[in-house]
Design a protein around this ligand. Structure first.
Ligand code: CP
Length: 311
């Protein structure tokens, strides 16, 4: 049971079974407890993590690097891989995957194209983690999101959850909706018409018996929800600048909206935020987005340790 994740890739949340999610969350909680009590961990001593980031990142990149260092391992990073790696000379991700086998024990890739993590993993025999592939998936973000919900709400089952913002292009909500779907939620999907959740995701959830209400009305959804997960409008995915300008300020969560929301609502955001959550909301006790970001540390420690068999 303890080696069930050893040697695996995490490319899509569908790759992760319920018992594996539980194992990741239990391992994360154990690591967090050790660090919180001032202890040190050395599980990844002598191991190397390769970081291949072709797209900008602060949170995913820093939390993976911090996770590896806190486990006593080391990090190999290609700074600004889009501009400075051999991809510029035409190397395929498949060949890059072949190459990193000789240099590292585990790899994380962030890339602008959907399916890129799978191409790297096809070439590589070390575990590959998808750190975000275009508008596709961001599975470790979804893992830290449900870890956060468990901590904030003390349960995952039977919650009413609003996912709001750019549901078309946001990979975090694509991954989170698949993963939370295992826990019998009721979903509100709140977006402008142009940025609705991809229909194949909504259909799969509905086919699984999950109630999904699609609406552009944030206030009504917030009044009914235990968790409100806000996302930014993803400027980098727009080809039409006018459409981005028209849609970018569709939603604003401020103290007025929190007053109208369900009492005790948990407010989450994968970050970075732009204008969609006012800074005044940061003092609201249910504003969990910075705690959520911090939970990326233990969750990514758990993923690195479990995939390499060093838990
Ligand atoms: N949440 C998230 O993926 O943020 P970054 O783009 O900064 O990694």
């Amino acid at each position: 049971m303890t080696t069930v994740l050893k040697g695996k890739d995490i490319l899509h949340v569908k790759d992760i079974k319920l018992e594996q999610i539980n194992m990741i969350m239990e391992t994360a909680a154990r690591f967090e407890q050790v660090l919180d009590s001032g202890g040190r961990l050395n599980n990844m001593a002598g191991k190397l993590l390769a970081m291949l980031f072709y797209e900008p990142s602060t949170h995913t990149r820093m939390s993976f690097e911090s996770a590896m260092l806190r486990l006593g391992g080391q990090v190999l990073s290609v700074p600004d891989a889009r501009a400075s790696s051999s991809a510029v000379k035409g190397e395929t991700l498949y060949d890059t995957g072949k190459m990193i086998d000789g240099y590292a024990d585990i790899a994380v890739i962030r890339h602008m194209q959907e399916g890129s993590a799978r191409e790297l993993a096809d070439g590589s025999s070390i575990p590959v983690i998808n750190g975000g592939d275009g508008s596709g998936q961001h599975p470790t973000q979804a893992l830290l999101d449900i870890y956060t919900i468990q901590k904030e709400r003390t349960r995952l089952n039977n919650l009413t959850v609003t996912l709001a913002g750019d549901l078309k292009n946001g990979r975090t909500v694509h991954s989170l909706s698949w993963l939370l779907g295992k826990y019998g939620p009721r979903f509100y999907f709140v977006s402008p018409e142009e940025l609705r959740m991809p229909p194949e995701i909504t259909k799969a959830l509905v086919d699984d018996g999950i109630e999904v209400i699609e609406t552009p009305d944030l206030s009504t959804a917030a009044a009914k929800s235990d968790v409100l997960y806000m996302t930014r409008i993803q400027r980098e995915r727009f080809t039409d600048c006018e459409a981005y300008e028209r849609l970018k300020d569709t939603y604003l969560i401020n103290n007025d909206l929190i007053r109208k929301a369900k009492s005790g609502i948990t407010l989450m955001h994968p970050l970075p935020r732009l204008n969609e959550i006012a800074r005044e909301v940061d003092d609201y006790e249910g504003a969990a987005y910075f705690r959520q970001a911090a939970n990326g540390g233990p969750i990514r420690m758990a993923v690195l340790a479990l995939l390499t068999g060093n838990e």
